[in-house]
Design a protein around this ligand. Structure first.
Ligand code: SAM
Length: 285
């Protein structure tokens, strides 16, 4: 015998995608609400399932895990949206900190929102914000630049477009490129520009160095320990007097090229004026 069901009978309402921040080092930074959310969702979408399994096991949790990384995100997003529509709820986590911040998740979040689904944040640690909060740099306006390009030419090109930026700049960097990036920051922003290096935040070897970029470069070069771990680089924005420094640098450069090679003249003019060396090349034209 056929029994008809009411039109909405048994149909679950759509689920929620919870975007959950996890610690950037200290596991004590997982919030109570993050823990509760991870406990109650149907599955957890994780950048690296092994890594997330370790986090869960530390908290005595076991949940189904779904790998979601940059190589499968488009394909996974469609399937996950379909499952959300059928009533399942998921958490999205990355290996550390806030998902989507230099981490996967953007495509999934966009697809879920486009489908009219609820996407809800469970905020928590983010290395950029943690670093900004202790750097003592102006923080009313800042720009997050994420990772600089790996290729030297692309990195320098990116930095050359930021030299006049007045807001505080935040970059992520890894141990194997820290020295090269510092070299390029010095060349782009000038030796005298101030910066902060926030290393291994919330971990055993947490270190925060501040000073001029030239000073920071020197300290990192001189101590192998300062080249280990994970880094947030903060660079002070171009100040009111940046234009004056560049004008002075250009004047010096024009004079010095009468006696020195252009590269030497630019180096010396930059040092004396505090202007970025890059801003002085071609100053005589
Ligand atoms: N989603 C993360 C967040 O919210 O900060 C960032 C992920 S990104 C793939 C990893 C980078 O973040 C590292 O290379 C480093 O630049 C920065 N980072 C992460 N944890 C850090 C920590 N404990 N101390 C300093 N920098 C950290």
């Amino acid at each position: 015998m056929h029994t008809s069901q009411p039109a909405t009978g048994g149909k679950k309402s759509p689920g929620t995608l919870h975007v959950v921040a996890t610690p950037i080092g200290n596991l004590g930074d997982l919030s109570a609400r993050a823990l509760e959310t991870l406990k109650t969702v149907d599955a957890i979408c994780a950048e690296d399932t092994r890594h997330t399994r370790q986090l869960l096991s530390h908290f005595g949790l076991e949940r189904p895990l779904i790998a979601l990384h940059e190589h499968n995100e488009d394909a996974q997003a469609a399937q996950l949206v379909a499952r959300l529509q059928l009533g399942e709820s998921f958490a999205l986590v990355s290996d550390a900190g806030t998902p989507l911040v230099s981490d996967p998740g953007f495509r999934l979040v966009r697809a879920a929102r486009a489908a009219g689904l609820r996407v809800s944040p469970v905020p928590g640690a983010c290395a950029a914000i943690a670093a900004l909060s202790i750097a003592g740099m102006p923080s009313d306006r800042f720009v997050f630049e994420g990772f600089l390009p790996a290729k030297a030419s692309a990195r320098r090109e990116r930095l050359s477009r930021l030299t006049g930026e007045v807001r505080t700049l935040i970059f992520y960097e890894s141990a194997h490129r820290i020295e090269e990036s510092l070299d390029d920051l010095v060349a782009a922003f000038g030796e005298a520009r101030r910066g902060t290096i926030a290393r291994e935040l919330t971990k055993l070897f947490e270190t925060v160095l501040d000073g001029t970029l030239a000073d920071l470069r020197q300290r990192v070069g001189a101590d192998a320990n300062q080249r280990k771990g994970e880094f947030v680089l903060i660079v002070e924005g171009a100040g009111e007097d940046a234009d004056a420094a560049v004008a002075e640098g250009k004047r010096l450069y024009a004079k010095l090229t009468e006696y020195l090679k252009p590269s030497q003249a630019a180096k010396l003019a930059a040092e004396l004026s505090g202007a970025p060396r890059k801003a002085l090349y071609g100053a005589e034209e």
